[in-house]
Ligand binder design. Sequence first.
Ligand code: SF4
Ligand code: SF4
Ligand code: SF4
Length: 177
Amino acid sequence: MRYAMAIDTKRCVGCADCVVACQTENNVPEGYCRDWIVEETIGAFPELQLEIRSERCNHCADSPCVRCCPTGASHYEEGGVVLVNHDECIGCKACIASCPYDARFVHPEGYVDKCTFCIHRVREGKNPACVDVCPTHAMIFGDVDDRNSDISKALRTRKYKTLIPEAGTEPHVFYLL
Ligand code: SF4
Ligand code: SF4
Ligand code: SF4
């Protein structure tokens, strides 16, 4: 089993419902976020296009944040989900410095926080909160090891990219093009 997310750049309208849903679901303190919207102009004139992306931790398979954590607080859970054990985190910020995606922040309570792929919901058979609320159904969450999952089908039939692949972290958030 390997959990991943596919986000359709053709469907995302940048409404930020995913950001609000995440803040509510995960009690993200005001002024912080586990996911965010990026608008980027891509292509060359006159073929310019606006790409809108909902971004978050990429739950990398070769995560520098896990490798550099001195206490083991940053670790892999089932399905390759990267989590931070709050009790073991000493707030040294080594992981923040190592993440190419700027996906982590120091929670006001002193530990480092980030997207969890809503593993607490996934364990109950639900989708992550951001996936559930998306009004355009731009996000698919699932098991890429299951050939019959919606995400596997999307990755077989659509072109896609990952962000900053040259960082070599094997990100598992895929952007459908
Ligand atoms: Fe770690 Fe950053 Fe990759 Fe998330 S995106 S697993 S925080 S390196
Ligand atoms: Fe590990 Fe916490 Fe230090 Fe990050 S801040 S490397 S999670 S102890
Ligand atoms: Fe937030 Fe959960 Fe979506 Fe991650 S998967 S961005 S924690 S709502």
